[in-house]
Write a new protein. Structure first.
Length: 322
């Protein structure tokens, strides 16, 4: 009898210790980092850089997998369905919340189906216009748009993209009527801006700098509340009199809901170590972004606030996105 009792105790100890044992050995195989954007895109290059650094720090392999389509919704939905075992992560950016806020059925819930792992960085977009647009400042452009309601067009990466909602926010806050022209990607919108087929758009800082230096477009503002070192002479929307208009693109890592807390904690700690490295800081600064290292809850707050803000805009602007 004593033998069987001891056997039961041993078995129970093994059963209850198994999750901890499994987590201690994590990772024992490559970790998949889903990037819901095309290879070579700005977010993809940042994700690959972070993945390499994180893998080196953890002495593990992070495999980047691009799952594109629907403004990032396809990749996010795939990550939401993945096993919460620490072997699938999702690299998120602004569209993670803009698409969730605007799509009738995005296929994922950014709050309920994911746990935040680590914030990485955040920064504004550049508001740019075609070289032939008769405006040299943001105030002049707004005045022009008000003089010609419905006559100016702006391009975006598609319905629900951050480029789309940023300009609808401008329309609401500045009282303009600039018409949306959706494209299948921001690269196509940029081509049409340079060709003079549309007049305005928002773009990433790295994509903007060489075009501005070559005088192929004009940068009138950044979409945040303050100037950035990469464009010190370019004012913010706030400086140009656009009230309550702060559009920031963020980057971070999330995991499927239910991913064990010890794994999330380790990933967060390793990410913070990576973000403290000089070359990582310099790389992200070139993107026009500031590092926002911190606990998982910091990213969770960013996601929730961003999602709620875009939902309010859609109601306020009476936007029809279907």
């Amino acid at each position: 009898m004593k033998f069987f009792f001891r056997l039961l105790v041993v078995v129970a100890a093994i059963v209850f210790a198994w999750p901890a044992m499994a987590q201690e050995s994590w990772p024992s195989r490559p970790i998949r980092l889903i990037v819901p954007f095309p290879p070579g895109a700005g977010t993809d290059s940042v994700a690959r850089f972070v993945a390499q650094k994180l893998g080196d720090s953890m002495k593990a392999t992070l495999v980047v997998e691009n799952r594109t389509g629907a403004g990032g919704a396809i990749g996010a939905a795939e990550a939401a369905r993945a096993d919460p075992d620490g072997y699938t992560l999702l690299f998120v950016a602004g569209p993670f919340t803009t698409v969730a806020a605007s799509a009738k059925n995005p296929g994922y819930d950014p709050v309920k189906q994911f746990v935040p792992v680590a914030p990485i960085a955040a920064g504004p977009l550049a508001f740019v216009v075609g070289i032939d647009v008769p405006a040299t400042t943001m105030r002049e452009f707004i005045a022009l748009a008000k003089q010609k309601p419905g006559a100016l067009n702006y391009g975006s990466a598609g319905n629900g993209s951050i480029n789309h909602l940023a300009l609808e926010l401008l329309n609401v806050r500045a009282g303009t009527n600039i018409v949306h022209v959706p494209y299948r990607g921001i690269a196509d919108a940029t081509k049409d801006l340079l060709a003079g087929n549309i007049q305005a758009m928002t773009a990433s800082i790295p994509a903007t700098l060489p075009l501005a230096a070559a005088k192929k477009l004009k940068v009138l503002a950044v979409t945040g509340t303050k100037r950035i070192p990469q464009l010190p002479d370019v004012p913010s929307w706030r400086e140009e009199g656009v009230p309550n208009a702060n559009v920031i693109n963020y980057w971070g890592i999330v995991a499927p809901f239910g991913t064990p807390a010890p794994i999330v904690a380790r990933l967060n700690a390793e990410t913070q170590k990576v973000l403290a490295q000089t070359d990582v800081r310099e790389r992200l600064e070139r993107e026009g972004a500031e590092i926002i290292s911190g606990p998982p809850e910091k990213l969770g707050a960013i996601i929730e606030l961003d999602l709620a803000g875009w939902k309010r805009l859609i109601v306020e602007a009476k936007m029809s996105l279907e």
